[in-house]
Design a protein around this ligand. Sequence first.
Ligand code: FES
Length: 688
Amino acid sequence: MTTRSVLVTCHRWVGLTFGVLLFLQGLTGASIAFRDELNRVIHHGSMVVEPRDAYLPVQALIETVLRAHPELYVERIEYPPHPDEALVFRMETKGAANQRYVAVDPYRGNIKRDAPTSQWPMHWVFGLHQELLAGDTGETIIGVMGVALLFLAITAPFVWWPGRRNLKRGFTVSVSAGKYRGLRDLHRVGGILVVLLLLIWGSTGPVIVWKSEIQSVLARSVSIVFRPAPKVAERADVALLPLDEIIAAGRQRYGDARIKNVRFPGGHGRVVAIFFETLSTSRPRASDQIWLNGYTAAPLGVYEARSLPAGNVLLDLMLPIHSGEVFGIVGRVLFLMGALCLSGIALTGVWQWLERRRLQALPPMREPVNRTNLIDVVVARAWEETRSVRALELRAADGGELPPFEAGAHVDVYLPNSIIRQYSIWSDPSDRTRYRVAVLKLPDSRGGSVAAHTLQSGARIKIAPPRNTFALVEHAPEALLIAGGIGITPMIAMASRLATLRQPFTMHYCARRKEDAAFVPQLQALVPKEKLSLHFSDDPHPGRFHARAVLAAAPAGAHIYVCGPGRLIESVLAAGRELGWSEDRLHSELFKATPVDTDAQAFDLHLIRSGRVVHVLAQQTALDVLVAHGVGIPSSCAQGICGTCVTRVLDGVPDHRDRYLTPAEHDSGTVFTPCCSRARTPVLVLDL
Ligand code: FES
């Protein structure tokens, strides 16, 4: 297992474990990016008030809310940033089991809105984001999730990295490549685009949640002041001062600075903490704090933003960094979009995993037809047709008839050395007692032709039922049969069939030397003399075959059938196209490894079962790349004829170049032959 695959696996499982929570955090984070503004919009009727010259005494306002809820105490008072907004009292019972917000018009003293926190949407969402509405336990879960997010952000570039040469692909979303690939791309591209934000959230979130614990650790290396809440003993003989007097005492130090909030640690009022908006630093959310004795208004502690040591500044910066406030309005908008993106990443990650599971659970692909219904045959006769061509006559081992076949059809022959090869049947299609095939011994044989040349009369082998990928249009005005070398075999069957049908046809047979041309006597017996042209490179009469001249002289509506070496086929097809022949009149069969398409595009193969992605270069075949990566795929012809390598496609669009699959199978896009076919989309997801 490589380091990368370990990282991918860890990334996947950490992501899946926290996927739902990350989705939630993204949504809630996005919602609270503009919490105050949204709050004002949502509760416009109850939060916006008509301003007057001054607030009523705050003590009177406190008494109003306490009268409404004698069972609760005031935990803090939130002062609004604008003069036309209500003061919000946060009230709760001991242990904060019951919490509510009460909005009061500070100029008139009337309660504008009074509801549990769950009915204040923005506060509820904030609680969900910060502690999952579950107090300390929820806060711990959020902290752990923050660490997980940090891990995901750190591993993301390793998982995403597409390689230096494929950087562009790393930022491409292949929507047309199917659902699985689309999800995967969205996840990867989205993740890498916001990876910096994820790093920020993953590192600041846990610090915010575990602030006091981290503060203790930080204090060992950075200067830091602790702000323990001062305590004031209860005095039965003395009453607490009115809050306005305590606030006035605070103002002696900070003048007219705007109060952000007033807090009552413990809820009894013996200690009052006033947070003033500071002008001594431009740090967002920075405040000057003064803690006062509720009985005497004497200062108990002062913490001023400008004089805080580096450790405190660092910790106090965590929240504005986490929310994007530190980067101003642009930062908040950016963080809002990033938070939505986080939800999207979580969603696509989990969805992608589910989709992958679904694809993996699909039943195995059907067996390709050439591996079933095999026929036992016996080699009834074997003879050397030329020095390099051996002819074989195959008959059913049980002596019965063989399946019918059409002119142009071939059979898959299972050779004794376990190699499967495809050979055209050259015998008369009306004769079902035998199939005759011929094998050219290739100098660069991969074992097939050599094995076929060892077959002797009496040998028993298996063959698959014939398949036809080179069908004859039987009632065309005329057929031009053009063969080169061993490509003559399907032409003999076609000539037999056309002769049986009394359909007009002409045959051109090309070979290097006269003695290399197989089946000439059979052709001369089958094709009228004036309709047969033999072209040998070593014989000037009738000379070389000129495709353009032959096609130009063909009658209107004629169909061409060409089989043989690639160069011959290309020249005939090119001539036909130049002369404006429609494609349905051009038929060809190449019984030789397909040359690499130099215009081919590179693409990726995503192997769903192993999760691996392998890259197929323009000059490689998918089969070669799979084999090079140790993926076992049975193969035989390596030219899209036998179907041995047929592989299921789960996603993406194949570019079919085989002759084995049916048009319906091509159209379905669910299977392809990796030995020769390619991809129309940047990625094919395979059932491997
Ligand atoms: S190996 Fe024969 S079709 Fe691919």
